[in-house]
Design a protein around this ligand. Sequence first.
Ligand SMILES: [Zn+2]
Length: 118
Amino acid sequence: MHETGLSEAIVAAAVRRAAGRQVTGLRVRIGGHAVDRDVVTQGIQVAAVGTVAADAVLDLVLEPMTVRCNDCGRSARVDDHLAMVACPRCGGVDIEVTGSEDVVLESITVDSVEPRAL
Ligand SMILES: [Zn+2]
């Protein structure tokens, strides 16, 4: 996964939605990707430099993938990559990866002050 492009896309979406107001908070939901919270946080902070979102507080919600075993029916969150290869309970390899693979800018918080006229 390319965290840099992702971070830039999130910041760009927030800036567009803010419409010139200062962004004070960003809430981002990432589902289905094994991402490093620190890497994403840092990427967004770097991407936000020089934009109205530069001082935004980031609220990152990570939703890990889940896998379902079609042999025994076990369903669980993926906590290591082995769980995507074989079922930890029965050893079955008929594994289905479920869960959304979305990156969503859920909401932004903007300064209530109207943008200053130029
Ligand atoms: Zn199983």
